[in-house]
Design a protein. Sequence first.
Length: 278
Amino acid sequence: MPAPLQQDETAPVIELTAVSKIFATTSGDRVRALDSTNLEVKPGEFITVVGASGCGKTTLLRLIAGLERCSSGSIRVNGTEQTGPSEQIGIVFQDPTLLPWRTVLENVLLPVQVLKLDSRTHRPRALALLDTVGLADFQNKYPHELSGGMRQRVAIARALVHDPAMLLMDEPFGALDALTRLQVRTDLEALWLRRRPTVVFITHSVEEAVGLSDRILVMGPSPGAVVDEIRVDLPRPRPIVLGDVQAFTAYVDRIHRQFERLGVLHGVEAPDAGAVRP
């Protein structure tokens, strides 16, 4: 297995400076998705971005990945201006998008083929990744023979097979049931602890963010901007069930209160005691 990429641990591997993104609609309107966003991510950090739907989380991820260009500001990855997709970055989307005519192992090895890497040296890594996520016995199965959670684990292994320095994940557990989400979250942490790639993870789940992250970025409503940063000081590996950990609930409560202040969450008003009931 190749050695981890040696990096200056004090220098950010992802750096956004005053980044804004404006989209033009088919009707000719201009929609500002991100507004003057600044962000620094250090090597090996696990960063999670949370926020309401439409706040620009996915846009932020696509900009970092080089799948979109910013309208203003700058994005640097490993000190170099980001101009397009890079083999330094692995990406996992909500839909695993496995190729149905390829086996599990062949799907995991797809980036190796696309990047024209040596399949002989990467095949053992692919098998090791499948073993880590509990799919070693499914390497010759096809996607239609797998559950949704298993397909997503294959997608995570595929994103890591070429040993990227960075992993970008856009709500990868969004389509999974609650129990499967917990298991895949644990699998992801296990993979991350083994290699410590830099991770930027997008989720709607506050509990999931606290369960995985070193640092959480809270985004306000559209146009998106980071309004709070929370460092999560919990030991690793983290237990599957975190609800009984007092510090965990304190982090979750802080983020929920922030969403209340932003108007993303609304409480239920008590009924007027003097009101006449029907």
